[in-house]
Design a protein around this ligand. Structure first.
Ligand SMILES: [Zn+2]
Length: 127
């Protein structure tokens, strides 16, 4: 999922959520007013499913707003085959295990990739 896709989705859905929530507020006000005028409990009964609907919409709305994109950063550990000196750092990919990567700064032996791992971070998006 890309950042463009997420902000596109947000642009599309935020007005819809706001409209639906506003109409729920209007319907609620309408039902309450009708109840006050007519004392007919049917209007109050209709409020219950409406409240559940409002809760569900608020819940998915907040989920949409909190949505984040996972970003993976790759790291690799290189170790000198002669003296065992280790270095850790980020890598851009194209790295594989036992790949020779430069010379040891201590003894100028070959440095070999011994470990590759990735870290996941969550990135929010700008509006
Ligand atoms: Zn070394």
């Amino acid at each position: 999922m890309s950042e463009e896709f997420l902000s596109e989705m947000r642009r599309k859905w935020v007005p819809i959520y706001i409209l639906v929530l506003l109409s729920i507020v209007f319907i609620t006000a309408h039902l309450v007013l009708n109840y006050i005028h007519t004392k007919n409990s049917m209007y109050i009964n209709w409020l219950i499913p409406l409240l559940f609907l409002a809760m569900y919409i608020l819940f998915s709305f907040s989920r949409l707003l909190k949505m984040k994109i996972p970003v993976y950063t790759y790291y690799r550990v290189i170790r000198c085959v002669k003296c065992g000196y280790e270095e850790e750092g980020r890598t851009e990919g194209k790295t594989y295990l036992f790949f020779k990567e430069g010379k040891c700064p201590k003894c100028s032996g070959d440095m070999v990739v011994v470990k590759i791992y990735k870290k996941k971070t969550l990135k929010g998006i700008a509006k």
